[in-house]
Design a protein around this ligand. Structure first.
Ligand code: OOB
Length: 551
């Protein structure tokens, strides 16, 4: 069946010509496309193991060589083409960590369609938004969804919502189904290295999600350099414990960095110590990337595990701030080297280097990949602050986007710097220390939640007059979500009722507030806006009073 024609992808804000010329001249940007990327590796490393993990199709633990991965990607391409998916169509890729993640990722890329990297936890609210913004032609899904939900049922609800607003629902592609004969695979699509190849998701700060257009030229530059900086080679065995869709396990150096170098990617179905440690032992894993809460669960477990973790050489930690004291435990408890990673799907990635002294590795979040990553640390008026002082991080460079998909250049300075919303201090060595955040976002153990998005869903409740969502400090996750709500008269809806309301709205579970506070009014700032800062302060006082009261 051929789906109806889709809109053309709207133009994206690219790099100005003089920057593009410079990045090309410096060989940061090359001609390699993702179709060619895999084909070259399949020639070079045909019989080496590329991907290991559970298979949605067979339900068994599966190993694919580079040649097999390339053939399977060809079969996926054939399947998508037969279904009417065309180059530059947008395709939601929503799979758990499994071998099909790799075959479908490369199959879509080979077809020239653009994967949209959704998370397994996304539900109908997020998926409907992505479909609308990207006018998605297909939705690749499989495996059980969050809390055992059936992703097909979710896709049906998405279709209903889209039809209700005059949109055409995407074709549903089940990645657990058998694939056609690879012999029918068409040649890789001929798209340019400087054309958009996929859409990453932004952590976001606003009510509607933002999509990040990335090109093979810019992304593969960051991948090659990441692989080099992190010492990735053919002997590397990388355990992917975070959802593969995140930029961190995808490209820092992640799945792409390891495949670039001819190494092996091991897909972990979950990051728990028994699963991860079992795989580290059985697959002789050398490297992995985790968020701080996962590391905090691993450290005590590693001290008493019966598993042999001796192969593990490098543990990368990023996505949220790692406490210096926890950082110092990685060597003693895991017997591995720590690498801190401070990055963002919009581009810029910082690494502590593997040969740097301990104080930099445990006390900073690293320095940029590229000598051409431009870093500015500014005050609220956009003026550079003195070196070493806290300020807002702005950045521009060869793999940092200049604008979101179909959103113009909002979130960027007129001269093209991305406003990260992160507060940092920059050391004379160029290392950055992340000191805080000045954006309306909650970082719940590495998962980013836009306050405004959750507020919007809460405000749809008929008995709420106002809602303000803020971060609540948490010993384990770093932050959790707290919603302050003003009821529209008594009786106020209970927390259980509000949770049910959000569940019916179909938002991802990790965005549902961990705590609700019913209040009569919100503190306001000097300009008359709700002051989230004062709410955070009130919450801290409240939490402190609670701990003092409990025995
Ligand atoms: C990574 O990417 P995103 O897009 O999910 O989130 C980016 C934001 C940053 O702006 C910052 O607020 C926070 O996540 N963040 C960190 C951090 N790493 C990311 N905050 C403090 N310390 C860190 N080490 O999270 C991401 C992308 C590529 C590589 C690594 C992480």
């Amino acid at each position: 069946m051929r789906p109806p024609p889709r809109t053309d992808p709207a133009p994206v804000t690219g790099w100005p010509a003089e920057f593009a010329a410079r990045y090309r001249a410096l060989r940061y940007w090359r001609d390699e496309t993702f179709g060619a990327f895999l084909a070259t590796r399949a020639d070079r490393h045909a019989t080496r193991t590329a991907v290991v993990g559970p298979s949605l199709h067979t339900g068994r633990w599966t190993r694919l060589t580079y040649a097999e991965l390339d053939r399977a990607a060809g079969a996926v391409h054939a399947r998508l083409r037969a279904a009417g998916v065309r180059p530059r169509d947008r395709v939601l890729l929503q799979l758990p960590n499994c071998v099909e993640y790799a075959t479908y990722l490369f199959g879509v890329l080979r077809s020239g369609a653009w994967p949209v990297f959704t998370l397994p936890g996304h539900r109908e609210a997020e998926l409907t938004d992505f479909c609308r913004i990207a006018d998605a032609a297909a939705h690749i899904l499989g495996g059980p969804g969050p809390r055992g939900a059936d992703p097909r049922a979710t896709a049906q609800r998405v279709a209903g919502r889209l039809r209700a607003t005059g949109h055409v629902p995407p074709l549903v592609v089940d990645a657990g189904a058998a694939l056609p004969e690879p012999a029918t695979a068409p040649p890789p699509a001929e798209t340019g290295a400087e054309e958009v190849a996929f859409l990453q998701l932004s952590g976001g700060t606003t009510g509607t999600p933002k999509l990040i257009p990335r090109t093979p030229a810019d992304y593969l530059y960051s991948v090659r350099e990441s692989a080099r900086i992190c010492g990735v080679g053919p002997e590397t065995v990388m355990l992917v414990t975070l959802p593969a869709a995140h930029n961190f396990p995808m490209s820092s150096p992640g799945i792409l960095g390891v495949l670039h170098a001819g190494g092996t990617v091991v897909m972990a179905p979950d990051p728990s110590p028994p699963t991860a440690f079992g795989l580290i032992e059985s697959e002789r894993v050398t490297m992995t990337s985790v968020v701080p809460p996962v590391l905090q669960a691993w450290l005590p477990a590693a001290r008493r595990t019966g598993h042999d973790l001796g192969s593990l050489d490098v543990v990368q930690v990023g996505g949220a701030r790692l406490a210096d004291a926890v950082a110092a435990r990685v060597g003693p408890d895991l017997g591995a080297r720590l690498q801190q990673v401070f990055g963002m799907a919009e581009g810029l990635v910082n690494y502590t280097r593997l040969d740097e002294p301990d104080d930099l590795v445990t006390g900073t979040q690293g320095r940029p990949i590229s000598p051409d990553d431009e870093i500015r640390v500014v005050d609220g008026d956009g003026r550079d602050v003195p070196p070493g002082t806290e300020g807002l991080l702005l950045t521009r460079g060869p793999y940092t986007i200049r604008g979101y998909y179909r959103a113009g250049a909002a979130g960027f300075t007129p001269d093209g710097f991305y406003r990260t919303g992160d507060l940092v201090r920059r050391l004379p060595s160029g290392h950055l220390v992340v000191t805080g955040r000045a954006k309306d976002q909650i970082n719940r153990g590495g998962e980013k939640i836009a306050a405004e998005e959750v507020e919007g869903h809460l405000l749809a409740h008929p008995r709420l007059r106002d809602a303000a969502v803020v971060a609540m400090p948490d010993r384990f996750l770093g932050e959790r979500v707290c919603a302050f709500v003003i009821p529209d008269g008594p009786p106020a809806p209970s927390a259980a009722e509000l949770r049910r309301h959000l569940d019916e709205r179909g938002i991802a579970g990790y965005k549902v507030p961990d705590r609700f506070e019913i209040v009569a009014e919100f503190p306001v700032s000097a300009v008359g806006k709700t002051s989230r800062r004062d709410l955070r302060r009130a919450l801290t006082d409240l939490l402190r009073a609670n701990t003092e009261r409990s025995p």
